[in-house]
Design a protein around this ligand. Structure first.
Ligand code: HEM
Length: 132
């Protein structure tokens, strides 16, 4: 989430003003090697934690339970992350230039929002917040 916030709030506005695709590519290149393994580790340990708290994973679909709601929200975030990643890799990045940079900007804002929701949903399991 931190990396996405730096990209969305610091690197992206400057790159959009200067129409500077190289700045985005440089950040993505440096960030990916840390960000992707970290995200993978969070998904694996997140699923592990979810199974510890609710071993019957069919119950994760029972949205009357606050824990299941948080887990379902996280799985929804995971699906959104995967769709955004595939869209960026296959559609946006191959044809990235100064004209298509604003489209990538909306994509970066969307994935940043998903990262923030991931963290809020995670913290809500311990501190509450997704209860009715
Ligand atoms: C589908 C993937 C994920 C699942 C199923 C998942 C599941 C969980 C569960 C069950 C907990 C509760 C742990 C506890 O209180 O005992 C948790 C905590 C948390 N998760 Fe995730 N998680 C996932 C991905 C992520 C990602 C990608 C992030 C960050 C971007 C994240 C951030 C957090 C945070 C900040 C907490 C709170 C830790 C705490 O209370 O000390 N999670 N997650």
């Amino acid at each position: 989430m931190g990396g996405h916030l730096v990209l969305a709030l610091r690197i992206l506005p400057a790159a959009l003003r200067a129409r500077d695709v190289a700045a985005i590519r440089a950040f993505e290149g440096a960030f990916e090697t840390i960000g992707l393994p970290a995200f993978g580790a969070q998904v694996v340990t997140g699923l592990w934690l979810a199974l510890r708290l609710q071993p019957d994973w069919m119950q994760w679909a029972d949205l009357s339970d606050p824990l299941s709601r948080a887990i379902a929200l996280k799985l929804g975030c995971l699906g959104a992350s995967l769709m955004l990643a595939v869209h960026a890799r296959l559609v946006l990045i191959p044809q990235l230039d100064a004209r298509s940079l604003p489209a990538l900007g909306w994509h970066i804002r969307a994935i940043t929002l998903v990262a923030v929701i991931f963290v809020i949903a995670g913290a809500s399991i311990r501190v509450g917040g997704l209860a009715p």
